[in-house]
Design a protein around this ligand. Structure first.
Ligand SMILES: Cc1cc2nc3c(=O)[nH]c(=O)nc-3n(C[C@H](O)[C@H](O)[C@H](O)COP(=O)(O)OP(=O)(O)OC[C@H]3O[C@@H](n4cnc5c(N)ncnc54)[C@H](O)[C@@H]3O)c2cc1C
Length: 397
């Protein structure tokens, strides 16, 4: 039996940030990680570049008001200050996404690990916490490597997205203590669609705007890159539709995705962002005029890849409508194995957004994706994980 002041369950983004801040404040900190190393998911973020924050308007779902309050307490400038103080230069791209200066997720993890070591934080890997209890005024975490006790425990176990990168179902640690679990589903995940309209397009990557409709009613839209696959579509703008598409499918509605190729035709901006839901035919007149002004007999020549030209012609019908509202019936959302984040999770109502401490269970904190908060692509999820970890680590001091 060992005694620690602060016990951190989960060595991911939120857990590592919390461990550093608590240890900087002089606490004795132990991190219990079920995997064979900490920060495995962090290495895969941002395609290996780690999009660690976003300086734009917060874009959160689930307990969005809670997320906003967390970020009021710990704004992006302070999250970045945490990294700068550790020695990590960062840079912001034109769409407000923040990356490490060297564009390497591995550099972020190396720095966090070096800091843990310098501060004397004990990191115990292959130590999955199976139960968490409060006994005699201390918190006790049970693992295959024995019991660990502490005055304070931070549950930083993440959600269900990307099990290959270490995600595991740890909600019961908190639900067994009376916390409420809001039903979970994969978010930021590729969409499965009907197959015929995809024929020949697999592997094609283009800038586009997508609109998700519930029947004829537009419900969500985003700009960015779309990537065609044999099962459906991925790419940032399609993945941002997963949350709403999954919701429609669960309600047995018929979600339709309309692809507007105007950004490929340089008729609309090519930015990665969510936009207000709009009529899928929003750009029809622009596209019509553009088609009329094309110099050669084949108006699509030079503007679209050959496979897409052929597909649009094979589809038949009004070319302006096909170019601005190419329809795909959504049949499913890829599961947690391909999702980047989990929608749903532990209800934030019981937690104080300034400290991430449970309102009735002193010394119990929950941070990061295990909570019922999910963000858009663009650094919002890591920013929430780091911000909650820093706040909880600070509250431990
Ligand atoms: C491929 C991919 C790319 C992504 N890219 C970005 C990006 O660029 N920007 C962005 O903002 N977000 C990105 N995300 C999302 C982001 O990585 C997560 O939201 C974030 O890591 C959540 O941090 P966390 O600390 O809550 O959980 P995690 O980072 O998932 O860490 C949880 C840790 O807890 C451990 N654990 C779980 N259960 C137990 C247990 N019972 N006992 C002990 N340990 C346990 C896990 O092994 C894991 O190490 C990406 C996600 C994926 C899958």
């Amino acid at each position: 039996m060992q005694n620690n002041t602060v016990l951190i369950i989960g060595g991911g983004a939120s857990g590592l940030a919390a461990a550093i801040v608590a240890a900087q404040g002089g606490q004795r900190v132990t991190v219990l990680e079920r995997g064979d190393r900490v920060g495995k998911k962090l290495l895969a973020t941002g395609n290996g570049r780690c999009n660690l924050a976003n300086t734009g308007a917060p874009a959160y779902f689930g307990d969005a008001a809670f997320a906003a309050e967390v970020l009021r307490q710990m704004p992006v400038s302070q999250v970045l200050r945490f990294f700068h103080a550790l020695g990590l230069p960062t840079r912001e791209d034109p769409s407000a996404r923040v990356y490490p200066g060297c564009n390497q997720a591995a550099a972020v993890l190396d720095l966090l690990r070096a800091q843990l070591e310098a501060l004397g934080v004990r990191v115990i890997t292959q130590a999955e916490v199976r139960a968490l209890k409060r006994t005699e005024k201390v918190w006790r975490a049970e693992t295959g490597q024995g019991s660990f006790t502490a005055d304070r425990v931070l549950v930083c176990c993440g959600g269900l997205a990307a099990p290959k990168l270490g995600a595991a179902n740890a909600y019961s640690l908190l639900t067994d203590l009376g916390c409420r679990l809001i039903p979970t589903s994969p978010a930021l995940s590729p969409l499965e669609t009907e197959k015929a309209p995809l024929k020949g397009l697999s592997g094609l990557r283009l800038p586009a705007t997508v609109t998700l409709c519930d029947g004829k009613r537009p419900v969500d839209a985003a700009q960015g890159e779309i990537l065609f696959a044999d099962y459906g579509v991925s790419g940032v703008c399609a993945m941002q539709m997963a949350r709403a598409a999954g919701e429609l499918l669960r309600r047995r509605r018929e979600p339709m995705l309309y692809i507007d190729f105007s950004p490929t035709l340089a008729l609309e901006e090519n930015r990665m962002r969510r936009i207000p839901a709009r009529d899928p035919l929003y750009n029809r007149e622009n596209v019509r005029q553009w088609l009329a002004g094309r110099p050669l007999g084949d108006p699509l020549l030079g503007a679209l890849p050959r496979v897409l030209r052929e597909r649009l012609r094979a589809a038949g019908g009004d070319m302006a409508e096909l170019l601005c509202a190419y329809p795909l019936r959504v049949t499913g959302v890829k599961g947690y194995d391909q999702a980047q984040v989990t929608a749903g999770g532990i209800d934030c109502a019981d937690f104080d957004p300034a400290t991430l401490m449970h309102r009735r269970l002193p010394g119990l904190h929950a941070c990061g994706e295990i909570l019922n908060v999910d963000g858009d692509c663009g650094g919002f999820n890591l920013m929430f994980a780091f911000a909650t970890g820093i706040l909880a680590g600070r509250a431990s001091v």
